[in-house]
Ligand binder design. Structure first.
Ligand code: NAD
Length: 248
């Protein structure tokens, strides 16, 4: 597997799924940029990775702010020269009753989850192209495909990410950049041991997902040997979106 020495930006890389993705790429010998609003968590993780003799840096970034994204990419280019891989992972959820969701709350979710992926990609793609090509992965959600009540803004942002994924795959193909999405299901990011048996058993896979399940898929999609895969959405949910749930 050839992952050596790539520069990888992981938005929202300080915690949860993004953290696992950052650790996985660093473990493969890549230099990971943790772009997150969480300064404490991001710096701590960068230090933890560096202590293992691997490469990571933290850049405080608010992906809902276009200027902050521009400054982050400028800093990466100044310090590292190249970008090969961008993981658009940062995201927030806002579950509010349909009639109560304000236009500000709607905008905040859309700008943090969806507009951010477009802007981070737009800022980075020219550099990825000049670095010899690479890969973009957008972390969407199975909520792009199925719903519970009160999830309009989040569902719309993730559905938009799937459409953005194939649109960018078309636009960036000539620059040798693949663009794919991963739609995680239930990925438990803390206190996994506190989950109940029924939490696990409701999945075809007989277990709730872990951040590493998503990190491994990112490594796979960003491997240069897998560049025949582009414009796709990978549902990683232990089978939940394939499960028929009519009650008998
Ligand atoms: P998390 O809350 O544990 O981590 C999200 C990270 O994003 C945090 O480090 C946070 O500081 C950062 N972040 C939030 N707003 C930001 C901003 N404006 N700018 C920069 N960074 C920001 O969440 P998670 O569960 O690890 O989710 C990661 C991604 O996976 C999200 O896009 C989420 O929607 C998606 N997802 C998660 C699950 C799940 O079950 N955990 C399921 C489907 C999709």
């Amino acid at each position: 597997m050839d992952y050596r020495g790539k520069t990888v930006i992981v938005t929202g890389g300080a915690n949860g799924i993004g953290r696992a993705i950052a650790i996985a790429f660093a473990g493969q010998g890549d230099c990971v940029v943790i772009a997150d609003v969480d300064e404490l968590g991001g710096k701590k993780l960068a230090m933890q990775i560096q202590k293992k003799g691997e490469s990571a840096m933290f850049i405080r970034t608010d992906v809902s702010d276009p200027e902050s994204i521009k400054a982050m990419v400028r800093k990466v280019v100044d310090e590292l020269g190249e970008i090969h891989i961008l993981i658009n992972n940062a995201g927030i959820s806002e579950f509010k009753p349909f009639f109560e969701l304000s236009v500000e709350e709607w905008g905040n979710v859309i700008n943090t989850n969806l507009r951010s992926a477009f802007l981070c990609s737009q800022e980075s793609a020219g550099i990825i192209k000049n670095s010899g090509g690479g890969a973009i992965v957008n972390i969407a959600s199975t909520r792009a495909l199925m719903s519970e009540p009160k999830s309009e803004a989040y569902a719309a942002s993730k559905g938009g990410l799937l459409a953005l994924t194939h649109a960018m795959a078309a636009s960036l193909s000539e620059h040798k950049i693949t663009v794919n999405a991963i739609s995680p299901g239930w990925i438990h990011t803390r206190d996994y041991e506190k989950l109940r048996e029924k939490d696990h058993k409701q999945h075809f896979a007989q277990r709730v997902g872990k951040p590493d399940d998503i990190a491994r898929a990112c490594l796979f999609l960003c491997g240069p040997q897998n560049n025949f895969i582009t414009g796709e959405n990978f549902v990683i949910d232990g089978g939940m979106t394939r499960k028929m749930i009519y009650e008998s």
